[in-house]
Design a protein around this ligand. Structure first.
Ligand code: MG
Length: 380
């Protein structure tokens, strides 16, 4: 297991849970980064005592530096600060819990520095999966997934040979609007969209879970992480979120990973792997599980999943453009500037508007990301 970590994006939902797991397991926090929530960041920094803290927003970084002037904490800012946190000598593992494409450069820098990546930033693999996985292989950096589904698949594949896997069964709850028709979702409010039945998550990912875009992003992520083709992944709707995903082996055996729906579990495993430690989380109570049910995803009324699967097949910059456009559209929806069903229109429109090219280098990827964002800002 790792001795010390850098948490990129420590004030978000995953970041806060990672800090709690680190405290519970006695793993030292070497560095923290945040965008601009400096009040919470200051509380975390005083408690966890990292040697280095980076604040992405320059103005907030200046304020933060004054706030912690009485401590020994070194303060950095901007992309340079994030990269320093990701490559700190004193840290063995980088938890990438920032949201969006801002996580790309620090993750690549951490790979170059041969750190373990506890990957919680979906965009990293959705946008730059080929690049990141090739670089990790070349440098010998470990990537351990934090997303519950990918952690489950990772656990189901532990100790298996390359030829044993037949397909991945990627499970998803179906979100709060499962069973609804697209017309019925026209007037959905941000409050309704973020109220997820099983998981407690940040606002952006909660909206993505409700549109099934989150499952689509996970589909792309799984392809890269496990080196499989789109046709090797089947999405299975499992409303109880007790099974966190499964693998089917060539002989027909299915292996599932089960647990309570708490992100703390995959976070802890990403840090302690290959060891396991007792956790502070609830255990599964089989007498309270009434039933486990399964259904096919509804790709007609939840077209974001269909779009993501199409983009996965097209490859290149398609998933990146889709994800970037979706991110801008979701934030517009959360600010009540865009209707719920327009999120799909924005993501699908951006893929066509930006066009699809090979995604072999970071500049091409970041350009596609920016073009898709600009498209949604201007047209929606
Ligand atoms: Mg997930």
């Amino acid at each position: 297991m790792v001795r010390s970590i850098s948490i990129l994006g420590c004030t978000g939902s995953i970041g806060r849970q990672t800090a709690a797991v680190a405290e519970h397991t006695g793993i030292r926090v070497a560095a923290l980064t945040a965008n601009r929530k400096i009040d919470l960041l200051e509380q975390q920094a005083r408690k966890l005592k990292p040697a280095f803290v980076a604040v992405y927003d320059e103005a907030a970084a200046k304020q933060f530096k004054i706030a912690v002037a009485d401590t020994d904490i070194r303060v950095g800012s901007g992309m340079e600060g994030l990269i320093e946190a990701a490559t700190l000598d004193d840290s063995d593992c980088v938890v990438t819990a920032v949201s969006g494409a801002v996580g790309l450069r620090p993750t690549l820098a951490a790979i170059d520095a041969k750190k373990r990546i506890a990957l919680a930033n979906k965009e990293t693999l959705v946008c730059a999966g080929d690049l990141v996985m090739a670089r990790a292989k070349e440098k010998g950096a470990e990537i351990v997934p934090v997303d519950s589904e990918h952690s489950a698949i990772f656990q189901c594949l532990m100790g298996r040979g390359a030829g044993e896997l037949r397909r991945i069964l990627l499970t998803g709850s179906g979100g709060p609007f499962r069973g609804k028709k697209r017309e019925e979702l026209e007037g959905v409010t941000p409050e309704q969209a973020v109220a997820h039945p099983n998981w407690s998550m940040g606002a952006k990912i909660s909206v993505d879970s409700s549109t099934l875009m989150n499952k689509g992003l996970e589909f792309v992520e799984a392809m890269h992480l496990f080196g499989v083709r789109p046709e090797d992944i089947t999405v299975v709707i499992h409303p109880q979120s007790v099974i966190h995903s499964m693998v089917e082996l060539v002989d027909g055996t299915v292996i599932a990973q089960l647990g309570v729906p708490d992100m703390g579990l995959p976070i802890q495993l990403a840090l302690t792997y290959p060891e396991r430690l007792p956790s502070m989380f609830a255990h599964l109570d089989f007498w309270k599980l009434r039933d486990l049910s399964f259904a096919e995803p509804d790709l007609v009324n939840f077209p974001c999943l269909r779009l993501a699967m199409d983009c996965a097949r097209r490859g290149g910059t398609a998933p990146c453009a889709m994800s970037a456009a979706n991110e801008v559209a979701v934030h517009k929806f959360l600010r009540r500037e865009l209707g719920y069903n327009r999120i799909y229109d924005a993501a699908a429109g951006a893929v066509e508007a930006v066009g699809v090219t090979a995604a072999d280098d970071l500049d091409t990827i970041l350009a596609a990301d920016e073009a898709a964002r600009a498209f949604v800002r201007e047209k929606f």
